[in-house]
Design a binder for this molecule. Structure first.
Ligand code: GDP
Length: 302
């Protein structure tokens, strides 16, 4: 239900247009496919994905000898899910260790919803009975540390911090020691998100990661790149930069509730080859969901 509500804008943009399309056409012809293509591109599904989908639809229509445009609608969902999954069973599960400390590093530019996502996830794990610690690794952006503390208080978890402007790698070192000595299950690490200087960004992320790797064998267990769905194609450009700077293991797509172009989920998956693991569907503590391609695509039409 949450998923459906969060997708309301995309759903009305996308499914209303598709419904309108299938009701206007008497038969499935070139014009029909061309209009469908436009709708999909308009929903930010991404050029590559749209082309692949249209090709697959055309051959499926031929194979099944589909005449009625309304029948194409069901095939669209089916094919979109298949294209998304790329033939492999993919899990959006976060790699949480059974025993010992799990370290999750969050990267992404300012304003995408990194702090909010960390707060939401802290709340989730706390509710599961886990001990959670947050690391205030964004020492650069004014107010970032305080904001993380507010979320820490809300979720009822500890925040490890140093002063503004301090070395993020030193904060991480402190945070790891604190997490260990407090027997924490999960350490969620915030980082600074300045993209203006790619070399700095790379160096900083590299340094932070090195500390984590050295202090916790096998960590970080996830490097989650947070992207803002409302920024559309810009999110893709950011993602490419971060992908060059560090090993991203999963995407968190926030503010999906705030866009009618939720097709960006599909474009991101397709173009980056990184699984979307979590989606943000609002500003509140429980507005975070594991991403499920089937639920998502079928949610767009229901
Ligand atoms: P950060 O700079 O990356 O840490 O971004 P913040 O966590 O401060 O988030 C920036 C703004 O986006 C805040 O106003 C959040 O409330 C808002 N935000 C974050 N995630 C979501 C979401 O999933 N949906 C909506 N509607 N707003 C969100």
């Amino acid at each position: 239900e949450k998923f459906k509500d969060g997708l309301a804008k995309t759903r009305s943009n996308f499914s209303d247009k598709v419904n309108d399309l299938v009701s206007r056409y008497r038969k499935v012809d070139e014009d029909f496919f061309e209009e469908l293509e436009e709708i999909l591109i308009g929903a930010d599904v991404g050029f590559e994905t749209v082309m692949e989908l249209i090709d697959e639809l055309k051959s499926e229509v031929k194979k099944r000898n589909i005449q009625d445009p309304r029948e194409v609608q069901a095939v669209i969902s089916e094919k979109l899910v298949a294209i998304y999954q790329g033939g492999e069973e993919e899990t959006s599960a976060i790699n949480v260790q059974q025993d010992g400390l799990t370290v999750i590093l969050f990267v992404g530019v300012n304003g995408v919803g990194k702090t909010t996502t960390i707060g939401k996830l802290a709340h989730r794990y706390k509710a599961e009975g886990k001990k959670v610690v947050l690391a205030a690794g964004d020492t650069f952006r004014a107010g970032a540390i305080e904001q993380l503390e507010v979320w820490g208080e809300r979720a009822g978890v500890d925040v490890i911090k140093q002063g503004a402007g301090s070395d993020p790698a030193a904060v991480m070192y402190d945070a790891v020691q604190a997490a260990k000595s407090r027997n924490a299950d999960i350490l969620l690490c915030d980082t600074a998100g300045r993209l203006q200087n790619k070399v700095n960004l790379m160096n900083e992320l590299e340094k932070v990661k090195r500390v984590i790797e050295r202090e916790v064998p096998g960590a970080p267990h996830e490097v989650l790149l947070v992207l803002d769905a409302t920024t559309g194609q810009n999110a893709l450009i950011q993602a490419k930069t971060f992908k060059e700077a560090t090993n991203v293991s999963g995407i968190v797509l926030t503010k999906l509730d705030g866009t009618a172009k939720g097709g960006i989920v599909l474009a991101i998956r397709k173009e980056l080859q990184i699984p979307v693991k979590l989606v943000g569907l609002g500003e509140k503590m429980d507005d975070l969901q594991n991403f499920d391609a089937e639920k998502y695509v079928y949610g767009l039409f229901s």
